[in-house]
Design a protein around this ligand. Sequence first.
Ligand code: HEM
Length: 138
Amino acid sequence: MSDAKEFTLKEIEGHNTKKDLYMVIHDKVYDCTSFVDEHPGGEEVLLDVGGQDGTEAFEDVGHSDEAREILDGLLVGNVKRMPGDPEPKAHAAAASGSSSSSSGGAAGFGVGLYGIILIGGAIAYGVYNYLEAQKAQQ
Ligand code: HEM
């Protein structure tokens, strides 16, 4: 990967025809030319994002792992961001961020739940002892 080619957005923009089709997904550059005719979703959608950032379009469909493997085979390089270029599409970061935060949240909820059970148990035990003591006094 050390000899990965770098493409500026300007360079990628030029590859937007069916016979020469590049696409950016998660800041990597893919040459989809050989795949256009084989895409199960049709050539139209690929041409729509030809020469552009297709991260959102690609992720919105919820492509399978198999689709991602095909993508790996089409990789030609990385995006070289120039000053003034638009920020990378946030989809990747948002997706991984939300999944990690949701799993963090789930863990937090798990710990909180244990806490509630423990405290609830302690209170119940206290009440039980108190009632027993009351009973003993009578
Ligand atoms: C080079 C990039 C892409 C590759 C390698 C790819 C690959 C695939 C593959 C293998 C499938 C079959 C279902 C699956 O395995 O998930 C699929 C379905 C589909 N793709 Fe893509 N895709 C790419 C880009 C896109 C883009 C940019 C769009 C834009 C919206 C798109 C839209 C769709 C749709 C709508 C389907 C569903 C077709 C159906 O089930 O009838 N794909 N794609």
